[in-house]
Design a protein around this ligand. Structure first.
Ligand SMILES: [Zn+2]
Length: 456
């Protein structure tokens, strides 16, 4: 049902809604937001956008101006009501992608003559959070409505496998496709979006790593929705990841800028002006994505003085160098060494963290390559090989790789369809090294044959 309607002015059946950091609820469940907008003018809702994440649905109202607003949760049937004072809607509510969300439909109506009421008809109860955002560089006033599923997805727990119980756990790699949802990241020719390209590369990296014994890749973002920079770090830490790798493909002012690069966190300044520029751009993702920057994360303040950070940074640098070396085999490099800058997403004190710019989406040639599956696969393979070669040299204690190293090598039993080159690729070593390690003179292998894989 669309169009205008009148709601009865009876006392609503209020549901008690737990307050969140971003929500200011009064005891009855009615929330009123006063925006510091003297002489509030009429605001138009120019667009309504919606994204589904694994545990919540985000709706963003794009406004022509700031507006005062309030909200209300109603039960039997479940509804969520948002009132905007002195506002109108100039956008369609018909084509919102509601599939997979708890929203059955969204209706709009006029209340008290000039207020706009939006009603979200729900098929299940939700926990809500509502906040406004002031304009950032490319986007105007917004109201963000988050509807969290009642049955919330449990915090990611450390990945355990049978081996882990015997001190042979998998090495956990948290793969973070940058941006997502209302934060598209950089844009390239033909409407190519960074958020789309990096999710594709990240998925390829995940599927490649999943085939390597001893590795457990986990995607930090699995679809088109926004995750704050802090939540990305938090997920990696909750997973007790051995590595966090954030994948990007950014833009630069000059279209001619090209080449892939690998970044780690800097304790001091940035190592180049491009590094500084990119860190500033990446850190602005939270502004576009809808996180209020009012409350500084206390961890960020202290993290750089933390002693454990130095060890983590050393690992990040060595790992990054190996990854950059591999990327250099498939792509042009922007700089031949790992660069450093103050990327907020890399500030985990205890998880080695890399940010990989796979290329400049603003460069027409690179954008074209980055959009092709074959190049995405090559890029993913290079990143994977760099990761593998580091962990083959420095396997964390208690992992399958560490155990294999103690046993004097890694063994693989040949199955139907295996080839030497595929096995070499899987373990990140050369065919020649497998042959010499196993005394093979020809490329012929047999089903059931056991090969010892040399260290990478
Ligand atoms: Zn980016």
């Amino acid at each position: 049902m669309l169009g205008r309607f009148a709601l009865p002015m009876r006392t609503p059946n209020l549901r008690k809604t737990p307050a969140t950091m971003l929500t200011f609820m009064c005891a009855a469940g009615l929330s009123v937001f006063g925006l510091a907008a003297p002489g509030v003018q009429a605001a138009d809702v120019k667009a309504v956008r919606l994204w589904r994440a694994p545990d919540h649905t985000r709706v963003v109202l794009d406004l022509s101006d700031a507006a005062e607003f309030s909200s209300l949760s109603l039960a039997n049937p479940d509804r969520f009501v948002v009132d905007l004072i002195d506002s109108r809607i100039d956008a369609s509510l018909r084509d919102l992608p509601l599939e997979g969300t708890p929203i059955k439909q969204v209706r709009s109506g006029i209340r008290k003559g000039s207020d706009l009421r939006l009603v979200f008809d729900l098929d299940s109860a939700v926990r809500t959070s509502l906040f406004s955002l002031t304009p950032s560089e490319s986007i105007g006033h917004r109201i963000v409505i988050d509807l969290f599923d009642e049955v919330t997805v449990a915090e990611p727990s450390p990945v355990l496998s049978v081996e882990s119980l015997e001190g042979r756990r998998d090495i956990v790699i948290a793969i973070d496709p940058g941006h997502g949802g209302e934060d598209p990241g950089a844009s390239g020719p033909g409407g190519l979006r960074e958020k789309t390209v990096v999710l594709q590369i990240a998925r390829r990296l995940e599927s490649q790593l999943a085939k390597v014994p001893g590795f457990q890749p986990v995607l930090v973002r699995t679809g088109d929705y926004y995750v704050s920079l802090k939540n990305r770090r938090d997920k990696a830490r909750a997973l007790e990841a051995d590595l966090f790798v954030s994948i990007h493909a950014d833009a630069f002012k000059e279209k001619s800028a090209h080449g892939a690069s690998v970044y780690i966190l800097s304790k001091r300044g940035a190592t180049s002006t491009t590094a500084q520029y990119l860190a500033d751009t990446e850190n602005a993702a939270d502004l576009v994505g809808g996180v209020e920057l009012g409350g500084m994360d206390p961890m960020l303040a202290g993290v750089l003085t933390d002693l454990s950070m130095s060890g983590t940074l050393d690992t990040s640098l060595s790992l990054g160098t190996l990854v950059l070396e591999q990327i250099g085999g498939v792509a042009r490099l922007h700089k031949k060494r790992v660069e450093q800058a103050g990327f907020a997403v890399l500030k985990s004190p205890d998880v080695p963290s890399l940010l990989i710019e796979t290329g400049f989406i603003s460069n027409p040639g690179e954008a074209e390559r980055l959009a092709t599956p074959a190049y995405q696969d090559k890029m993913a393979r290079a990143i994977r090989r760099g990761i593998q070669s580091w962990f083959a040299r420095q396997p964390p204690p208690g992992t399958l790789l560490a155990w294999q190293r103690e046993q004097g090598g890694r063994e693989v039993t040949i199955a139907s369809g295996d080839t030497l080159s595929e096995i070499a690729d899987r373990f990140g070593v050369s065919v020649a090294s497998i042959k010499s390690n196993n005394g093979l003179t020809r490329d012929v292998i047999y089903i059931g044959q056991t090969l010892v894989i040399p260290e990478g």
